[in-house]
Design a protein around this ligand. Structure first.
Ligand code: GLN
Length: 243
């Protein structure tokens, strides 16, 4: 039976607001679809062999934690970009998403180099962008709503205007509270400010990753799941935001 290998980068440092729940959600849905899975924890100094993983995840973290993981992450830059180009499913939340860009400048003006995989930067502000958020995405080819919770001091700006956002902000702040863009999407990579965690309340986003993982293994996911509970949770956030 096919087994799915999920990997989490720096679970002890980068895991704000229950972000690991995204992996637990994927595991549960894979089980419901009839597949086994496991989560490998990748800590600083550990080897990350992209040939043996089906999905890479990193959660959010404060500037302090971002700095602590950066050196190790930088050593993985080339292999990470190669894997992304080859279609590896990747989910990076908030502080992790920020590290994919060129740099992060704190509100005191201290600059931290990012991996530079994508041409964007993040500027920190004292005033945080916090609250529930609703975006629209065309991740699965049709427009769908995605809900979550955001809490970030950093505002992310695309330098390369051709970069594709994960979604368009309907309510909330997103990348910077100005241009209505939220997150980034490239091949099977998503970077997003949405905690919550993201996947349990947005089963269609979870299934985007499951489908992408399965396709890379030459598998076809059969059947549909009963998502009435997940959709109820999704609708509750939407209703609260839209009145
Ligand atoms: N340090 C970052 C910020 O506040 C990331 C925070 C987070 O991951 N929630 O912008």
């Amino acid at each position: 039976m096919a087994h799915f290998h999920l990997a989490q980068l720096y679970p002890n440092l980068m895991n704000l607001y229950g972000d690991r729940g995204n992996l637990l959600c994927l595991q549960k849905r894979l089980e419901w679809y009839g597949y086994d899975s496991s989560i490998e924890n990748i800590n600083p100094g550990n080897n990350l062999d992209f040939r043996h993983i089906d999905l890479l995840f990193m959660g959010g973290g404060s500037e302090r934690e971002q700095e602590l993981v950066l050196q190790d992450l930088v050593s993985k830059t080339d292999s990470l970009m190669k894997a992304i180009e080859e279609g590896l499913p990747v989910l990076f939340i908030c502080g992790a998403y920020q590290l994919l860009g060129e740099y992060y400048r704190s509100h005191e003006g201290k600059e931290m180099q990012g991996l530079g995989l994508f041409s964007f930067f993040t500027q920190g502000f004292k005033e945080r962008l916090t609250g529930d958020i609703l975006i629209h995405t065309t991740l699965n080819g049709v427009e769908e709503s995605v809900v979550g919770f955001e809490n970030h001091g950093g505002r992310t700006y695309f330098i390369d205007k051709r970069l594709q956002a994960f979604g368009r902000v309907i309510k909330g702040f997103g990348n910077n509270g100005e241009d209505k863009q939220e997150g980034i999407r490239y091949k099977n990579l998503l970077g997003s400010y949405l905690h919550g965690p993201l996947l349990p309340k947005n089963p269609k986003v979870a299934d985007f990753f499951i489908k992408a993982m399965a396709e890379r293994k030459g598998l076809k996911i059969e059947g549909t799941l009963d998502d009435s509970l997940e959709n109820y949770a999704h609708e509750q956030v939407k209703r609260k935001l839209m009145g």
